[in-house]
Design a protein around this ligand. Structure first.
Ligand SMILES: [Zn+2]
Length: 283
């Protein structure tokens, strides 16, 4: 069967696995992008907020982008330059399989055929057809308890804190204060994802095995940071009360059902990885 024939074979949804977790900020969180207050507050950096409720949130795109990039680097995948801007600081490199053979060929995830990163997080090449992106990452909104906790604080801006930092010129020693808005440590957001599992031409694609790579991505994020200013200590996060369950099932394999059964007691990322195995740790 040629590569094109394989992609054109019938693709069927076998089921969806729902994953939920509480995302706790262990240090101040600075996910920029919101300009709701930047014009009138005089801040150098503001956090992204829901335009209706004005509450800070964690965009699904930020969460997914960070997990993908950490996963690509941990696996040592080939990266491609996706933009060539004037300013070299804006340069971006990501992994994308450029050939159908790489996308469909033997991957780095045991028992899974194909590049697990492009299948899990998505890929949009122009020269060959791809299967649907398996992972859907939703925006994570404030937990109701955190909303109450943050509203009790007296702050310049609702829900957040303003941190003043000093930039020091190494030659003249002149200092310039900068003000950054951040979500205070202790805030909790409700994160959720959905993992779709497919068959192609009647053959189960074993997409439930991508759960191991997904949770390895969460573990990498706990060891790294989310948002900006990570090297200054911002953005440390932990995932708590993790739950993985079947959302829709038509024909999930007994193996997938058994894996989910095994995850029932696991509440932390480390506990989940004991069940799924961690593809980042070669035994
Ligand atoms: Zn790939």
């Amino acid at each position: 069967m040629s590569a094109t024939d394989q992609n054109q074979a019938q693709v069927q949804l076998l089921g969806r696995i729902s994953i939920r977790a509480k995302l706790r900020a262990l240090s101040g969180l600075s996910i920029g992008g919101g300009d709701l207050y930047s014009g009138c507050s005089g801040l150098d950096q503001t956090v992204v907020r829901d335009p209706i409720t004005r509450e800070p949130y964690v965009p699904g795109s930020s969460l997914k982008g960070k997990m993908r990039s950490l996963t690509e680097r941990a696996l040592g995948l080939n990266l491609k330059e996706v933009e060539r801007p004037q300013d070299p600081r804006q340069q971006r490199f990501i992994h994308l399989c450029g050939r159908a053979e790489d996308y469909q060929g033997s991957g780095v995830l045991p028992g899974y055929r194909g590049c697990p990163v492009c299948h899990l997080y998505g890929s949009s090449p122009r020269n060959f057809a791809v299967l649907p992106t398996r992972l859907l990452t939703r925006d994570a909104f404030l937990h109701p308890d955190s909303r109450v906790m943050l509203l009790k604080r007296t702050a310049e801006l609702p829900f957040t804190e303003v941190k003043t930092e000093t930039l020091v010129d190494r030659i003249s020693a002149a200092s310039t204060p900068r003000q950054r808005e951040r979500v205070p440590a202790g805030a909790v957001f409700e994160a959720s994802w959905s993992l779709a599992c497919y068959s192609r031409g009647g053959e189960d694609l074993q997409d439930h095995k991508l759960l191991a790579l997904f949770f390895a991505g969460l573990a990498l994020l706990e060891d790294d940071y989310l948002g900006g200013q990570g090297s200054r200590g911002y953005g440390r996060v932990a995932f708590e009360e993790v739950q993985a369950s079947v959302l829709q099932t038509r024909a999930l394999s007994p193996e997938a059902a058994q894996l989910l059964e095994g995850l029932k007691g696991a509440r932390t990322v480390a506990e989940v990885l004991k069940v799924t195995g961690n593809p980042m740790q070669k035994s």
